[in-house]
Design a protein around this ligand. Sequence first.
Ligand SMILES: Cc1cc2nc3c(=O)[nH]c(=O)nc-3n(C[C@H](O)[C@H](O)[C@H](O)COP(=O)(O)O)c2cc1C
Length: 171
Amino acid sequence: METLDAIRARRNVRDYTADPVSDEDLSRIAEAGWRAPSASNRQHWDFVVVTDRGQLAELATVWQSASHIARAAAAIALVVPRPADDRQAALDQYDLGQATYAMMLAATDLGIGTGHSSVGDHDKARALLGVPATHDVAYLLGVGYPADRPLRPVARPNRRPFDEVVHRGRW
Ligand SMILES: Cc1cc2nc3c(=O)[nH]c(=O)nc-3n(C[C@H](O)[C@H](O)[C@H](O)COP(=O)(O)O)c2cc1C
């Protein structure tokens, strides 16, 4: 898929077929996160790739809008060290967003759907994944083949009007 087509086709996929995602494709998706830019190249992230059905079912309970994780073929947990201060926390969140989006686009390119989930119960998420107390599970990304429709460029995305958002030269 062309990069721009992948950007246009990506959407949150929350219903997945029962087909597994190969280890090779999961590694390609994780590679995209690994290659993502970060402030000062600090790479304040670790990724935990989960395919065990029991773990996925439990992860689906760590947030009120995480239920799609139980239906996913896999999940990628984005883990971040506890930040030292507000500045570090803001940089971490920016960096995690870039890594997340890189993984989502790589998955789209492979015809694989992804769906974000926040994390509410951090203690449970940490325990499920064996993450040390020095770190938090910041986000989960459900991964699987879309059960609703294939990933094709979305003609009219649910977004604010382009000309309202994009300013040229001045606000
Ligand atoms: C920081 C962040 C947290 C999100 N958390 C959740 C979540 O917990 N559960 C969920 O189903 N979707 C979650 N989403 C997905 C957004 O709702 C979704 O990206 C947005 O509605 C736009 O839809 P699209 O991704 O299909 O274009 C999250 C997205 C972001 C960027």
